[in-house]
Write a protein that binds this ligand. Structure first.
Ligand code: K7E
Ligand code: CUA
Length: 650
């Protein structure tokens, strides 16, 4: 049925394109009439690119193929996910621990793939949780969340999670400024008292482990988006700000007073040096660091108690403000590292700053005053150029690696292609409707793959069959290999994608893990041999060491469980074949099922409330005898003398 629908859509798209393709024949070349051919990935064939779309308020990350727009996986990150048991199984609950306790949801915006020498290396992908500030690292061989670190002194972790060109740091900036450290104070004393923390989290080059290196405590503005310098500007990081007015109420009016806000330019290498030489101030903090171990298949959460803060005025030459009109949102750096693009949401023009000019202006020491001790460069001194009348409501920019930039315009609903250096608009195409971010695979690196751009739209309306008041957001795929962009496909997304990251399939597909090796399973409750199954009572806790293989559980009959017991089902999947998970669910379970991958162990807790004989079963259709993959647990009264026993095939 899905293939059938897909065919209808692609044939439909082909018919449309045949008619308008004929008018455009001259500019688009002979193949342009066949949009269907461009997006059609025949049954059995695979896509050319991976695309990782943030889920926004789903808290997760979704994986798509390009050009087909087929969704391959939802990777649970910040949100509980009953499909796999993430955030429900005992092993994954610690991943969602924070200083505020168990937080099973977040708002995930900006994925970024790890880089080496400014090029995608496909080892990890990072993504931010906005609401309860966190950064996650996802392993791109297992496509599972491997680590989550909470970010203290931050609030609305939005100018995140962008990485430096050798993945030295994943950077997390605060949207809301807050009292640092948090304390009870009147809200209207915000101005001059609240701080905006920009957090540099180091990434261990071998294992990817994250640790907060330092937090730069900036003036109380809103730090909206950021991007790393690269190439010549490697060592710098750029953040857009808004609300430089430091308003604490009715921001839609009060934060739109200043003609220009700033892009903050941070020389992180300088600050790193300062910190390595003993600079900075350690302050008490309380934040969770959660790490998932692939061999024990278990997450652990550790509370960290201290963070190193840096006052930017103590590191001369490290922090500058670049005036940028008006309430800029996106902050994007071109593949050469020369141009820093600030998109003023309330401005008609795009502002492009020059890195070289910035350095010259800094060296000249010719400033336009300061803000809280941080020098403000002169607008004209750093301006590279302006893109005039691009559209209305510019948000985000990506690059094709061929000297062109592509900017989304929310209000005028379009993607506009323009040329770096001449600032000339080359092409514009409508989006349906109200586009936010866009993504070119590798578009945030020194080496973009400028074949496709994906526009992620905020409003769907009539693009799909209606599904009641709530519609999934729409994405649109444009072929950008020619001079003119060509809209070739629409596909629905999940949650609210903000940013996305993409890469060639060959970077990830060959190393994608197929199974977990049973002989490498270090889970403390794993059953690694067929006869290792057992049931062990420890007071009112009962541990069931259970294994699965097509098509039975061992054991499948358990007696001697009593009301008031806490029963831990530790399920080890003995399969060693690709794509043969087994599931586990038991009647009355207060959590979700588990989906256990080959060679993996996962644990579900069950606290039976009533006497009876309760069934459990496999939730994943694993073989012709999947429906036979079931068992029973006998639950007796709390004071009963029924002996604990377990069996299979007796
Ligand atoms: Cu523009 Cu969170 Cu990057 Cu959404 S943000 S669109
Ligand atoms: Cu195992 Cu179904």
């Amino acid at each position: 049925m899905k293939i059938y629908n897909h065919l209808i859509l692609t044939i439909g798209a082909a018919l449309m394109l045949v008619s308008c393709g004929q008018q455009n024949q001259s500019s688009n070349g002979a193949l342009s009439s066949s949009a269907a051919e461009k997006v059609y990935v025949a049954p059995g064939e695979q896509d050319e690119y991976y695309a990782f779309l943030s889920g926004g308020y789903s808290g997760n990350l979704t994986v798509y193929g390009l050009p087909s727009g087929r969704m391959f996986k939802e990777i649970p990150v910040f949100s509980q996910f009953p499909t796999s048991g993430y955030g429900y199984s005992e092993e994954t609950v610690p991943m969602l621990n924070t200083s505020h306790g168990f937080v099973p949801w977040d708002d995930a915006h900006h994925p970024d793939i790890s880089q080496t020498n400014g090029e995608l290396d496909g080892r990890w992908i990072f993504i931010n949780g906005n609401n309860t500030p966190r950064i996650a690292r996802i392993d791109l061989s297992t496509f599972e969340t491997a680590e989550i670190i909470e970010v203290p002194n931050s609030a609305g972790n939005h100018s995140s999670s962008f990485i430096t060109e050798n993945t030295e740091y994943v950077v997390a900036g605060t949207r809301f400024s807050v009292p640092v450290p948090q304390r009870d104070m009147p809200i209207n004393e915000y101005k001059g008292n609240f701080k905006g923390a920009l957090t540099f989290i180091s990434v261990d080059p071998e294992h990817g482990h994250m640790a907060i290196k330092f937090q730069l405590l900036m003036p109380g503005f809103n730090y909206d988006l950021s991007h790393p310098g690269r190439g010549k500007s490697h060592g710098w990081f750029f953040f857009t700000t808004y609300n430089t007015e430091e308003a604490n109420s009715l921001l839609e009016v009060n934060a739109s007073q200043n003609d220009k806000d700033f892009i903050a330019a941070i020389n992180w290498k300088k600050i790193e040096e300062y910190v390595n030489n003993g600079g900075g101030t350690k302050i008490p903090a309380n934040y969770a660091h959660n790490v998932y171990d692939e061999h024990s298949h278990t997450g652990t959460s550790t509370m960290r108690k201290e963070v190193l803060t840096v006052d930017p005025t103590k590191v001369p030459g490290a922090v500058f403000f670049l005036p940028t009109p008006k309430s800029p949102h996106g902050c994007d750096v071109d593949p050469t590292g020369q141009y820093i693009i600030g998109n003023g949401k309330l401005s008609a023009d795009l502002t492009v700053h020059s890195f070289d000019k910035m350095i010259t202006a800094i060296e000249g020491g010719n400033f336009d005053g300061e803000a809280y001790g941080i020098p403000i460069l002169k607008f004209e001194d750093v301006l590279a150029g302006q893109v005039k009348s691009g559209g209305l409501g510019p948000l985000h920019t990506e690059f094709d690696g061929k000297g062109n930039a592509y900017t989304t315009f929310f209000i005028s609903s379009e993607v506009v292609k323009w040329q770096l250096g001449t600032w000339e608009v080359i092409d514009r195409k409508p989006t349906y409707y109200s586009v936010g971010h866009l993504m070119i695979p590798g578009g945030n690196s020194r080496k973009p793959f400028g074949k496709y751009v994906v526009a992620m739209n905020k409003i769907t309306k009539d693009r799909y069959l209606p599904t009641g008041p709530e519609m999934e957001h729409s994405a649109q795929l444009y072929d950008i290999s020619g001079d003119k962009m060509e809209l070739i496909y629409d596909f629905p997304t999940h949650g609210e994608p903000h940013y996305a990251a993409g890469c060639p399939a060959e970077l990830l597909a060959p190393k994608s893990q197929k199974i977990y090796r049973l002989d490498e399973n270090r889970h403390p409750y794993a059953v690694t041999s067929a006869d290792g199954s057992k049931v062990v009572r420890d007071g009112n806790e009962v541990h069931v060491y259970m294994s699965t293989i097509r098509s039975h559980f061992t054991p499948d009959n358990i007696e001697g469980i009593k009301v008031g017991d806490k029963v831990y089902f530790h399920i080890t999947n003995h399969e060693q074949d690709f794509d043969v998970p087994h599931g586990f669910a038991i009647l009355g379970q207060n959590s979700s099922e588990l989906l256990v991958m080959p060679g993996q162990t996962k644990t579900s807790v069950w606290e039976p409330k009533d006497v009876g004989v309760w069934p459990f079963y496999c939730t994943d259709f694993c073989s012709a005898l999947h429906q036979e993959m079931q068992g029973y647990v006998r639950v007796s009264p709390a004071n009963s003398n029924v002996e604990l026993k377990w069996s299979l095939g007796e």
